[in-house]
Design a protein around this ligand. Structure first.
Ligand SMILES: Cc1cc2nc3c(=O)[nH]c(=O)nc-3n(C[C@H](O)[C@H](O)[C@H](O)COP(=O)(O)OP(=O)(O)OC[C@H]3O[C@@H](n4cnc5c(N)ncnc54)[C@H](O)[C@@H]3O)c2cc1C
Length: 458
């Protein structure tokens, strides 16, 4: 017999938005007011903005993976798995656990915060041959892969193989791509000194973007400064250019150049999690269309936020403006949506989300950075201090703060290390292997499964 009468709140996704929401619900709701459940494939919240520093080895992977079980006060029930479909009518979320079991989880309130995945296009060879920069496994894997290229080039007698192993291509001139190219270029630049047989001149990093500018949010002058820093370091920047074709040993640019390379890192934007499409509801460029209160119109108790939702940006004051997919918004929306869920539970009025953007910080590794906090343009060490100070203070727990600070200090004193830990399997893993994009159901499959007319066993 089911004796549970408390409202069931189900939060999907333990990222910036989901974790902030859950922690606020735990703090503000008494245990007998509601049951809170979190669905997440991983046992940590990933601090994504520092991922390029994991790829370059400045930070260890564990230091940016903040445990979901750090405190005894955390009382949320955690289901280890991923939501693969939501039936809004029956109020059931279909979950595939990490052991591939299918669970139907009923809810009274659902908070959808599954974030985004790497946006890819129909470019021949792209998903088979590119890496993304969205998961901890990808960052650690890319580090191993890059160091392996130096090892293999060093061992090779074939000039063509050497040349292709020592060229690296990053697509995407947003902060993720720019920081990734900058941090990894520093790694190879420092590492090559330990390979006396390798000509450092053969190492070449390309950063390309179809847009005419890198990180347009930085503005004209600061954007130019970032480009100058990267060019000074030898990174070749090509704007107005994308990829026409990707292969295992070369990449063809849309301007006709063919670059011999075994490393293509694709960071050309993100798109909402495929979970959103299973709802069969209105979207804005793939993100779930929600109100300023982060509710799905026409469906009581359904909330969405973060990268997966198009939350109106009321601070901009422009018709149709939606909040950009940034951690800055996702964290604040998480806390705000928790307040709105609680208000609904208690029969109170919800409040719209309003937040004015605080600016942007871009860590280019070492002493190089550009930042624009509250519109003030900074370069060099002051920009780096702001960038690292911002990220450091945004880390959720003291243990994560200590780990990150210790890693930074250690790196400043002892420099980089170039250990390859051995992730390199015979068959290299690429973008499509890391983001599980083929796990989701269609809206029809969700309905048929919940109605009991279809089985989901693989
Ligand atoms: C390399 C990089 C650098 C960045 N730098 C910055 C920066 O400097 N400043 C900034 O503001 N933003 C930055 N961002 C963007 C920022 O990280 C995102 O906007 C932010 O993480 C969005 O938060 P979210 O909670 O919506 O999604 P996420 O933080 O991505 O969290 C989503 C969570 O949901 C989980 N999940 C996914 N699918 C499912 C499912 N089906 N079921 C259950 N769980 C699921 C994921 O595992 C993840 O834990 C960066 C992003 C990247 C990739």
């Amino acid at each position: 017999m089911n004796t549970v009468t408390r409202p069931r709140i189900l939060v999907v996704g333990a990222g910036f938005a989901g974790v902030e929401c859950v922690r606020r619900l735990e703090r503000k709701l008494s245990p007998d007011e509601a049951d809170v459940t979190l669905v997440t494939p991983f046992a940590y919240q990933l601090y994504l903005p520092l991922l390029p520093q994991v790829a370059s080895g400045v930070l260890t992977p564990q230091s940016i993976a903040v445990s979901l079980r750090r405190s005894k006060r955390y009382r949320t029930r955690i289901i280890p798995g991923g939501a693969i479909g939501v039936d809004l009518k029956s109020k059931v979320c279909v979950i595939r656990t990490i052991t591939d079991r299918i669970l139907d989880e009923p809810y009274d309130y659902i908070v959808l915060a599954p974030g985004s995945i790497t946006r890819t296009f129909d470019i021949p060879g792209l998903t088979d041959h590119a890496f993304g920069m969205k998961t901890l496994a990808e960052a650690a894997y890319i580090r191993d892969h890059v160091i392996a290229q130096l090892d293999l080039a060093d061992a090779s007698q074939d000039p063509a193989e050497r040349a292709s192993r020592l060229q690296f291509v990053v697509v995407g001139g947003g902060y993720a791509g720019t920081e990734t190219a900058a941090c990894l270029q520093r790694l190879t630049h420092a590492a090559v000194k330990r390979y006396p047989r390798l000509d450092p001149g053969l190492i070449k990093w390309h950063l390309i973007d179809i847009a005419p500018k890198l990180m347009p949010e930085l503005g004209e002058k600061l954007g130019r400064s970032a480009q100058e820093i990267l060019r000074r370091r030898g990174i070749e920047i090509s704007l107005g250019v994308s990829i026409a074709k990707a292969g295992p040993e070369e990449v063809t640019f849309t301007d006709g150049r063919v670059i011999p390379t075994r490393t293509l890192i694709w960071t050309a934007g993100v798109v909402a999690s495929p979970l959103i499409a299973t709802l069969d509801a209105e979207t804005v460029k793939g993100r779930l269309a929600v109100t300023a209160e982060m509710c799905l119109p026409g469906h009581d108790g359904v909330f969405a936020l973060g990268d997966s939702a198009a939350v109106p940006d009321l601070a901009k004051g422009q018709e149709g403006a939606v909040c950009p997919p940034t951690a800055q918004h996702a964290m604040r929306q998480g806390r705000h949506v928790a307040d709105n869920v609680i208000a609904t539970l208690r029969g109170q009025a919800m409040r719209p989300y309003v937040h004015k953007d605080l600016g942007l910080v871009v860590d280019l590794g070492g002493r190089d950075a550009v930042s624009k906090p509250l519109g003030v343009e900074l370069r060099g060490l002051p920009a780096q201090a702001v960038a690292r100070g911002y990220h450091w203070s945004a880390l959720r727990t003291n243990v994560a703060k200590t780990r990150v600070m210790t890693n930074w200090l250690l790196n400043a004193v002892a420099g980089d290390d170039f250990v390859r830990t051995g992730f390199q399997a015979r068959k290299p893993a690429k973008l499509k292997d890391f983001e599980y994009t083929d796990a989701y159901l269609t809206p029809e499959q969700v309905r048929a499964h919940v109605a009991g007319t279809a089985r989901l066993d693989r």
